[in-house]
Design a protein around this ligand. Structure first.
Ligand SMILES: [Zn+2]
Length: 309
């Protein structure tokens, strides 16, 4: 799946590789749903390839093993199941320790080893601390690739030890072209999915596939109805209660941002809207805690209703 907007980051990486300026730790960052993980895998394949070519040759033993997921010099750290069989919501210290000890083993087939951490901001504080020394001096020829949607949530001690590589959101035109080439059939539908996905093409494609663009429209129209006085906050809670909570908070944040954009003159409401947007972003992270989710939503919608006054 060719993603034209990755070219600047890809070129930057290639330039560093060819001029010998590639660091041992890379922080690949940029908005969610822009193909960072695809680029990270492409980089990993190139650095592991036995031909030492860029891009990876695709046919050597290293390339073949990587495609089957059995490459001995490649490690990926992401969310794992806990003892109860549930997917963890953070990357924990045991995972980092296991990674570090496995990197101590000698290289077997490739010119170097690769460790990919995704999403890097999911490391909790202990896990991040355990990684610091390895980031500074990775064992042997290891290259660590940290992938993050939100590097501001990474400790500064981690960020300062990494070389940055940034992926940007594509222009709307480019994103729409890509959506139409990759499964979208209706340009108008593609456009509304792209808007619901905050211009992220991969997210928009996922929304077109799972039909959740309709859910975004429900959130958006419910908020509009509240402001027109057609819907009380209690009814709004009931209307939105069945939506996936993480998506719901993302959409509430997006709807606030969209309204800020449309109401540039109204200074009074702009401040409240920024607060609402920040609260929606914060509440998304609170979902992992014991907080009452229905009360979070109720409080937020009551605040939203104040925009009407
Ligand atoms: Zn190869």
């Amino acid at each position: 799946m060719k993603m034209a907007w990755l070219k600047p980051a890809r070129d930057e990486f290639r330039e560093r590789l060819e001029s010998g300026r590639l660091a041992h730790a890379l922080l690949l960052s940029g908005p969610a749903g822009t193909g960072k993980l695809d680029l990270a895998l492409e980089i990993a394949a190139g650095l592991l390839c036995q031909e030492e070519s860029w891009p990876a040759c695709g046919s050597c033993r290293s390339c073949q093993l990587l495609s089957t997921g059995a490459h001995p010099d490649y490690r990926k750290l992401t969310f794992e199941l806990n003892d109860k069989g549930n997917l963890r919501t953070e990357i924990v210290i045991e995972q980092v320790r296991n990674l570090i000890s496995s990197l101590q083993l000698t290289t077997t087939i490739s010119p170097r080893k690769i460790a990919l951490l995704h999403p890097a901001e999911a490391m909790n504080r202990n896990a991040a601390n355990a990684l610091l020394k390895t980031l500074e001096e990775p064992p042997g020829d290891t290259v660590m690739i940290l992938v993050s949607d939100d590097p501001s949530r990474l400790p500064v001690t981690i960020r300062s030890r990494c070389q940055n590589l940034h992926v940007r959101l594509p222009e709307t035109r480019v994103a729409l072209e890509w959506l139409m080439e990759n499964g979208a059939s209706d340009p108008l539908e593609a456009e509304s999915a792209l808007q619901a996905a905050a211009r992220s093409p991969l997210r928009a494609r996922a929304m077109l596939e799972d039909g959740s663009t309709a859910h975004y429209s429900l959130v958006s129209s419910t908020l509009d109805d509240m402001l027109k006085g057609h819907c009380a906050s209690g009814q709004a809670v009931a209307a939105l209660a069945d939506l996936d909570p993480r998506q719901l908070w993302t959409w509430l944040s997006l709807c606030s941002a969209e309204k800020i954009r449309r109401n540039i003159d109204a200074k009074k409401t702009a401040k409240l809207l920024s607060q609402l947007q920040a609260a929606a972003d914060r509440n998304r992270y609170l979902l992992a805690t014991q907080v009452r989710k229905d009360l979070l939503l109720q409080d937020w919608l009551i605040q939203w209703a104040q925009l009407k006054a």
